[in-house]
Design a protein around this ligand. Sequence first.
Ligand code: ADP
Ligand code: MG
Length: 603
Amino acid sequence: MPRIQKLPPAVVNRIAAGEVVERPASVVKELLENALDAGPTRIDVALEQGGVALVRVSDDGCGIPPDDLPLAIAQHATSKLRVAEDLERIGTLGFRGEALASIGEVSRLVIRSRTADAAGASITVDGGRVGEVVPEGCGVGTTVEVHQLFGNVPARRAFLRAAQTEWSHSSEAFVRTALAHPGVAFTLTHNAATSRGRRVHDLPATDSWRRRIADLYGEALGSRLLEVEASDGDIAVSGFVGRPEDDMAGTRLQHLFVAGRPFRDRSILHAVQEAYRGMLLSGRQPIVFLQFAIPPDAVDVNVHPAKMEVRFREPSRLYRLVLAALRTRFLADDMTARLKPPVALAPPASTSSRLWADEPVVEQAPPAGRPTPGFVPFPSRPSTPDSSPPASWTAGRDAVPAWEQAESAAAADERAVQMHNRYLIVEAGDGIEVIDQHALHERVLYERLKAAVERGGLDVQRLLVPERIDLSPAELELVQEHAATLEQAGMQVEPFGGTTVIVTSKPVLAGNTPAAAIVREALDRLAAVAAAPGRAASLLVDEVLHGLACKAAIKAGDPLSQAEVDALVRDRRLVRESHHCPHGRPTSLTLSRHELDRQFRRT
Ligand code: ADP
Ligand code: MG
């Protein structure tokens, strides 16, 4: 056995980094906590590639004096506690003094900061190598940039998922933190450096928690939440819960906070389930936003490296408190009396870009009726009245829905008529064109998907509630083998134990087509073509896009509104070779005027 030695700081930091920094989302969380501990009025977050290329967090808090910059990035250096007893009453989000040191070990970390009474300065740590403190002109506050996380640790870097996946984790970290601190203004920007960059969240400071929830998840959700409140001696719970009929398929809208910190806790969520018992269909989940007021010495936040879990001194008291808070509220509303069949909480997908920013968040609860085909110009139009979202959910939307706005624009263009719910008839230059609506739409979708994949800009929507698919072992193997292909086509499929997988994203162009349906279609096709040796990767992607287009296209038999007819007819000009659907079937036939004249014996 070699002799025992003390580990050099670089190794210690590297090991700590493994615990504290798992992925870009961990960096987002740590930097946000640091910013919040500095007492800011606003915090701006900018990410590139989901945070893999860059995480930048700027605050207007107290700043760091130039002389303290080297300490800020030193291991176990913190301004937040002095003696061990301080751990018993932690009033700040950070306290371990290891986040910046760890992050600096596995990235290029740049801190620029200024306090009210000193000049600004910056320091850079590149893969653990600490640079000099240099003067820097900047406003009061701190900007921390983390470039190329794990850039110097290829093994870790390889474990990061596609930018889209990291983005969803990072934005979730942002959302949780922003939920916990409504009094601070936040913004979140993604990929500002690219043409597709955008401001995802812009959250003004507010003293209303409901306001902050609505700013994050939409007015419709915010306005329907029920307020709850209860206390027992020195502990209290307050917040908002969803109506039983606004249930969800997953737990994404279950948020718990203590002392400005999001945390997970099975016992408390069990109490929530218990309170809703009998009001939800089995497997459905309620919406909960709860915060707990507890004396600092009754909760230990130092039990989890990423501080995701906390330990309460008296968990059973909390359990009873939560149960009581919710039950009282439900009794007051006499909700338990009307155990209506729950209505799927499905914010209309057409509002996804505004109300439910693309980051989390289109809830894909299956509509009551048959799934609406994904129709390109208006991917979310409910095709049957019974598949519309509950009226309350549509209330917050613009008075004129997108599909009606498009109507007039299309009408001026070219008049087309739908026949037998399957053919579109248009006046063509020298005759009459008969279009097969499915064949054309399939082609339009395919061309759009292909063009988007080629330019690397396929719009992908994260499913708020991932869809589960039970696969055969052979299909599971296909998923594993072709994960990259599926991902290129916008479908993120992740293992879920056994031969079950979950689909967490799909292309926006797929509209309301269930993700499980398009993944299955993709697997069928991959199984067929992957057997042929030497298929190029691009051809596999192409095959998957064909499958997507086929599944998501409107079908023969789907009634269309005039606006949809017009848009589809208009779109056929945008599409190369649009006279053939991807299978090679014709998308349209032309009856020439000459032929008509001949039939009517005009010539
Ligand atoms: P911790 O937050 O546990 O103290 P960190 O490594 O995250 O440890 O940060 C080290 C120290 O750097 C903090 O204690 C704080 O003094 C300083 N610091 C970090 N970020 C900021 C910021 N945004 N504003 C002011 N001070 C900061
Ligand atoms: Mg910290």
